[in-house]
Design a protein around this ligand. Structure first.
Ligand code: SF4
Length: 311
C-alpha cells in the first residue's frame, strides 16, 4: 500500500497528475474554512522531514517501474496540507526530476512559506508553481485561512512577488472566493493592482464545490464572480480537461481508489479518467466502499463527489 504516491488524479489545471504527498497527514500552516481535506490536525510553520525524502523517492522509483505505460502530465507535490513544510522539499524535487526528467514537476502551495528565501530557492527547481492567495487583506486572511499565529499577509505577498521575479517556470495563481468573506470590492481592487506587476501565467478563480472543513458552501453570486473574472482576466476553474496522454485501461483496485479519494474528493468520471479504470467496474468498487462505510457521497446538485467518511 503506497504511503506517499497517489493517483494519478484528474486536475483541471494540470491534466492527469500523479500526486506525491510530502506530509503524510493533515499538517498545514493554515486551517482554511473551506479546506476539502478536513480540519488541520497539526497547525505549524515549522519545517521538518514530515515525509522522509529517501522513502518518498524510493516509492516514486517503484511506481515508475510498476507503471511503465502510464505517463502522467505532471508530477504534483502536495498532500493534505502545505508541502513546503517538508524540509526535504528541495531534495525531493531534485530526485523526482532525476528519476523522471521528461515529466514536469508542479508544486501546490498556500504561499505561506514563500517569505523564506531557502524555500524560494528550493522551489526554483520546479517547472510549475500553483500558489494560492485568497485575499490581500489581513482581516479577511485571518477569517478565511486561519493561519498560524503571527503570519502577516503582506510578508506572504512580498515572498510571492520575489519568487515570481526570479522563477523561469510557470505560475498559476489560484484564488478561492467565499461569499461575504473575501469577495469584497476592496480585495478585488487590491488583487487587481497586485497581479498587474506579478510575473505569472494565469489566475484561476474557484469556489467551494462541497462543504469545507468549517463551513458549508458559500459561493459568490454570478455577478460577483463575473466582476472578478473580468477584472482579473481570470479563468473560472472547470473540471473538464483535455487529456494529453491517453490512459491504458487498468482494473479498479479499491486501495488505489481509496488512496486517491483520501487526498482529493472526486466524481466517478474524474476517478476513471485519472486512474484509467472502467466506469462500471469503478462504480461497483465505489458502491462497495460506501456500503462498508469507508467513503460517502456528497451531491452538490451538479455532481456527485466521493469523499472519505468523516471528512
Ligand atoms: S486548503 Fe490548503 S492551505 Fe488551507 S488548510 Fe487545507 S491544505 Fe491547508
Amino acid at each position: 500500500m503506497p504511503d506517499y504516491i497517489f493517483g494519478p488524479v484528474l486536475s483541471s489545471r494540470l491534466g492527469r497528475s500523479l500526486g506525491i504527498d510530502l506530509l503524510g497527514g493533515r499538517i498545514c500552516s493554515f486551517d482554511c474554512l473551506y479546506c476539502e481535506s478536513g480540519p488541520t490536525l497539526h497547525k505549524t510553520m515549522e519545517r521538518k522531514n514530515y515525509a522522509d525524502p529517501g522513502s518518498v523517492l524510493a516509492e516514486f522509483k517503484d511506481w515508475l517501474a510498476e507503471n511503465p505505460e502510464t505517463e502522467p502530465d505532471h508530477i504534483t507535490l502536495g498532500g493534505e496540507g502545505e508541502p513546503c513544510l517538508n524540509l526535504g522539499l528541495g531534495e525531493i524535487i531534485h530526485g523526482v526530476k532525476k528519476l523522471a526528467p521528461h515529466i514536469p514537476v508542479a508544486v501546490l502551495t498556500n504561499s505561506s512559506l514563500l517569505a523564506d528565501a531557502q524555500v524560494r530557492k528550493e522551489l526554483m527547481q520546479a517547472d510549475t508553481l500553483l500558489p494560492s492567495l485568497d485575499t490581500l487583506i489581513q482581516d479577511e486572511f485571518l477569517l478565511l485561512n486561519r493561519p498560524c499565529c503571527g503570519l502577516q499577509i503582506h510578508d506572504i505577498i512580498r515572498g510571492l512577488q520575489l519568487f515570481c521575479n526570479d522563477f523561469s517556470g510557470q505560475v498559476l495563481l489560484e484564488i478561492l472566493l467565499v461569499s461575504g468573506i473575501n469577495d469584497s470590492l476592496e480585495n478585488l481592487e487590491k488583487t487587481a493592482l497586485f497581479i498587474k506587476d506579478l510575473q505569472h501565467q494565469r489566475v484561476d478563480l474557484t469556489c467551494m464545490s462541497r462543504p469545507g472543513a468549517h463551513i458549508k458552501q458559500k459561493a459568490p453570486d454570478h455577478k460577483t464572480l463575473q466582476d472578478w473574472r473580468q477584472t482579473l482576466k481570470a479563468a473560472i476553474r472547470s473540471v473538464q480537461v483535455r487529456q494529453k496522454h491517453p490512459v491504458k485501461k487498468r482494473s479498479a483496485r479499491p486501495s488505489t481508489i481509496l488512496d486517491s479519494i483520501r487526498r482529493r474528493p472526486q466524481t466517478l468520471q474524474q476517478i476513471c479518467t485519472a486512474l484509467g479504470t472502467a466506469p462500471g467496474e469503478t462504480a461497483t468498487v465505489l458502491e462497495t466502499l460506501a456500503g462498508n462505510g469507508e467513503i460517502q457521497v456528497h451531491d452538490n446538485g451538479k455532481h456527485k463527489f466521493y469523499i472519505i467518511k468523516g471528512n
